[in-house]
Each structure stands twice: as structure tokens, then as C-alpha cells.
Design a protein around this ligand. Structure first.
Ligand code: COI
Length: 350
């Protein structure tokens, strides 16, 4: 596939303070773009990161036909660049696209576009603990037509952003039983833009009450834990790693999968199953629930320090170096940076 390259006349790299990288606010010099029109993919190109021009009637603005992904590339101590499980992001974007009635982005557009972009902006990959280049592929409908139907035109873009941790303070979450993120046969498993829009209001209410995020419960009964705003959820209860099993209403997190695989590899007992709010609350009361954490590409492995249920706050002791979550975090961070062997074949060296 011929990808054309238009370099920025003036790099912004020197303006970036790599010691202070707020999440998602700084973008590297270039982006990748390819367009879908007349039933085929055209004009794959790397070009300077910059504004898009679109008609006010553009479909995505009105009907939200948009899916996205999040992945990261890390810099090893040797300087080498290491990409973590991009194939899983590609597959998940295909699943999301089917659900939103969008044509599939071909593998070579996704992968070759990504590699061409990373080659050009390699100097934007930060080094150091907690830092990486966050990669955001986004795919959306561009028909300049008002009317609820699948678009005929689409744009696929990849942008990148040097970043530090997503959560920078302690993580306090509130179990949400009034609003739902996703129903059993809705779009919950897709990384659809609209899922995030619908989550904003309940999350804002939780934030106004002093929490950072909500724990979503199932829409039908509000008795089962689903996921958190930006992460899947895991608990250690009675020495077992317990996490809600995947379902059509939950996002199939790649960090979630990596942590489960790692636990199995280590022989740590794992249960993927329904997780009831009552058992979480009972575990918090009795002390049998010793760890709660979120997993996600942006969030990484994020310990939860407090859970609120029906107005009652339960504190969870800070994890120690021996806690499962901290061991998993340390190991996966080292693996992503090429500092330990990768028995899973997850790391792609660029
Ligand atoms: C990610 O973890 O990559 C996400 O897309 C979550 C987003 C809320 C930052």
C-alpha cells in the first residue's frame, strides 16, 4: 500500500515539557489518515496533525457513528520502541465497526498506517516510568447528509499523544445504581464514542459528590458489577482474583485480558464470573476484599482506594509491593519496556 507522507515544516517537539505530560492534551507532529469512498479505501497518508474540515451536516456529528481505540508504544532503556498487543486493538475495532454498521478498516491500512506514523514521530515516544506514547485510532462517518442511515463516506485517523498516567490522584469510585452504561443487547462491548457520552452525566454527579468515577452495574437488575468509566474492574477477594466475565454490555479490555493471562501464568487463582454488588460490599465490610483496581490502556493498573455504596464509604488499604495488583503492574510495565522476557509474545519491537 502506498502511503504518501507530508512532513510538518516545523516540528513542535522542542516545545514539549516531557517531565509534565498531562493525559491527552499534547499531540505529536503528524497523524495518519485514510478515507473510504465509493466502496474503497483511498488516499492513505501521513500529514501534519491539524484541524479537519467538515460540513455541519457531517453524519458523525449528528448520529454518533464513531468508534475508537487506545493503545501505547513504549521506549525501552536501549532506545528501542515497543508496541503492546496492537493486533488486539485492530480486532476490537473491527468488532466495534460491525456493531456500528461501518465497513471494516483493512489490516494494512490500520497496521501500515500506524507504523508509518510511528516511524515519522519516533522521537515523540517518551522514556521513563509511567510514560508512553498513547495511540488513538478513530474511525467515523463523514457523509454530509442529515438522515439516520449508515454513512457512505468514512474517515480513519490515527493520532498520538505523549503521556503520563491517566489517574494522578487516589481513585475513589461510587457504585452506580440509577444510571446504566449499557444494556444487554446495546453497544456496550463496542468502543463506540456514544458510550462515553452517555457516561458523562452520571460520572459528573459522582464527581460532584467527591468521587472520581462510577462503578457501573448491569442495566437489568443493578445488582452486578460491570466496569468503571475508563477501565475494567478487578477485585482480590479471599485470595482470588475476581473479575466480571465479558458480556455484550462490557468492553473487552486488552489490559484486562493481559492481567488475567498473567495471573493464570503465575498460578494465581482467577475467576471470571458474575460479581454481585452484595459480595463486594460484604468483602469490604469483612476485610475479605483486599484489593480493588481498574485496568485499561490509559488507566494501566489503577488501585482503587475507596468504594462508595448507597452513601457509605469503604476504604481499601493501599496495596503493597506484594499485592497482586502491584506485582502485575510492575511486571507488565517491565514487559512493555522489554526489561523482562515476554512469554506471551505480546510485545512488538519496531
Ligand atoms: C483507553 O484506555 O485507551 C481509553 O480509551 C479510555 C479513555 C477513557 C481514555
Amino acid at each position: 500500500m502506498g502511503i504518501s507522507i507530508l512532513r510538518t515544516p516545523q516540528s513542535r517537539l522542542q516545545q514539549v515539557d516531557f517531565n509534565h505530560l498531562p493525559f491527552g492534551r499534547i499531540f505529536s507532529d503528524h497523524m495518519f489518515q485514510a478515507d473510504y469512498e465509493g466502496g474503497s479505501w483511498v488516499n492513505p497518508r501521513v500529514l501534519p496533525y491539524g484541524p479537519l474540515s467538515m460540513m455541519p451536516s457531517t453524519a458523525v456529528i449528528h448520529y454518533g457513528q464513531s468508534v475508537f481505540e487506545g493503545m501505547k508504544v513504549y521506549r525501552a532503556k536501549s532506545g528501542e520502541l515497543l508496541l503492546f498487543r496492537p493486533e488486539e486493538n485492530f480486532k476490537r475495532m473491527q468488532n466495534s465497526s460491525v456493531r456500528l454498521c461501518m465497513p471494516l478498516v483493512p489490516r494494512e491500512i490500520f497496521m501500515d498506517g500506524l507504523l508509518a506514523l510511528l516511524k515519522l514521530d519516533a522521537d515523540w515516544v517518551p522514556s521513563g516510568d509511567g510514560k508512553s506514547l498513547y495511540i488513538r485510532p478513530v474511525y467515523f462517518a463523514t457523509d454530509p447528509v442529515i438522515g439516520v442511515h449508515p454513512s457512505d463516506l468514512y474517515t480513519f485517523l490515527i493520532m498520538t499523544s505523549p503521556t503520563g498516567p491517566y489517574y494522578t490522584s487516589e481513585l475513589k469510585v461510587r457504585i452506580e445504581k440509577t444510571y446504566s452504561r449499557a444494556s444487554r443487547s446495546g453497544t456496550g462491548y463496542a468502543k463506540a464514542a456514544g458510550n462515553y457520552a452517555g457516561a458523562l452525566y452520571p460520572t459528573q454527579l459522582a464527581q460532584q459528590a467527591g468521587y472520581n468515577q462510577v462503578i457501573w452495574t448491569d442495566a437489568a437488575t443493578n445488582t452486578k458489577v460491570e466496569e468503571s468509566g475508563t477501565m475494567n474492574l478487578m477485585f482480590v477477594i479471599d485470595g482470588v482474583l475476581v473479575t466480571p466475565s465479558l458480556s455484550p454490555s462490557k468492553l473487552a479490555g486488552i489490559t484486562r485480558d493481559s492481567v488475567i493471562e498473567l495471573a493464570r501464568y503465575w498460578g494465581f487463582p482467577v475467576q471470571e464470573r458474575d460479581v454481585f454488588v452484595t459480595e463486594v460490599v460484604d468483602g469490604l465490610r469483612s476485610g475479605k476484599l483486599t484489593e480493588a483496581f481498574g485496568t485499561g490502556t490509559a488507566a494501566n493498573i489503577a488501585p482503587i482506594s475507596l468504594i462508595c455504596h448507597e452513601g457509605e464509604d469503604f476504604r481499601i488499604p493501599a496495596p503493597t509491593a506484594d499485592s497482586f495488583s502491584m506485582k502485575a503492574l510492575t511486571f507488565l510495565d517491565a514487559l512493555k519496556r522489554g526489561e523482562v522476557d515476554d512469554p506471551f509474545g505480546w510485545v512488538i519491537r519496531l
